[in-house]
Design a protein around this ligand. Sequence first.
Ligand code: SAH
Length: 347
Amino acid sequence: MKQLIDKLYETNNLSPEEYKELIDSRNPEISEYLFEKARAVRIKNYGHDVYIRGLIEFTSYCKNDCYYCGIRKNNREAERYRLTKEQILECCAIGYELGFRTFVLQGGEDWYFTDDRIIDIIRSIKSNYPDCAVTLSIGEKSYESCKAFFDAGADRYLLRHETANAEHYGKLHPKALSPDNRKQCLYNLKDIGYQVGCGFMVGSPFQTTECLVEDLMFIQQLNPHMVGIGPFIPHHQTPFADKKAGTLELTLFLLGIIRLMLPDVLLPATTALGTIHPKGRELGILAGANVVMPNLSPKSVRKKYMLYDNKICTGDEAAECLSCMKKRLESISYHIVVSRGDHKSVH
Ligand code: SAH
């Protein structure tokens, strides 16, 4: 198995059969070997720097009905909110002061936020903070809309593909959503010139090793700038309320593999990882991740953006979250940098 890791380290590439073998025969010793290699690559490319992204969860309204997600349309218990442009800019002001140079606008697919409203928000952020990057995470939009957001100044776009296997996709989403459309969006975003992030949940219901191998092959093919992965965590008001959560162990293993596949990828240690284990994000960094995404949403709305149960950091102000994160990273000898933290290919 170590030979497979050595091969991945040297060539950034394995065959589907090799990925399957590596994932299925992993054990603590193999994992540790993988993490050592992944850390070496990460340190070669990024040193001990960790990039921060200020996450602004600006709407909990959603027209979609993804079976895993706590803010799905059919969750009538979910409390809905929208931030105004002024509230969003206030989040940016607080974030800028704290050293954030990337703002991530994330939300449900909310009809209220028309292209014109999104463009207005992007322009306002970019004119107030020309040295900052704006990342969108607002679901599937047309080529034209994505191009208009890019022309207005958006720099990056996060759109997890969720699962590359079409049959599996159909078990996680209603028929109205298509895996091909989601993948096409990702290619459109790359074509337009965005720094693009795809990704998937680890341990989502009905996921098999074959699904994960397809996810890795898709990532290899798309060659994104960012990859967001985190464990699936059930939400009690969804059809998947009784499903098992993904594990820390498999998530870390996949982070290590992705770091070796894409040596300079921007790879977050996600909030979901921090939710399933108290040291999840630190362990993610030690498995090859180089990004964290502290929450900048106003404290008053945080508990309403519940994608899954027990989400961490919903009771703290941004400054508290950041200082907690700084301490956590110091404890493993890594440090946050004040920087846009662009992908290496962008300059
Ligand atoms: N509407 C946007 C943002 C979705 S929320 C979009 O469609 O891209 C961001 C991510 O949270 C999703 O892509 C999904 O991978 C993740 N997520 C949603 N529900 C989750 C759950 N129950 N457990 C873990 N991750 C979840």
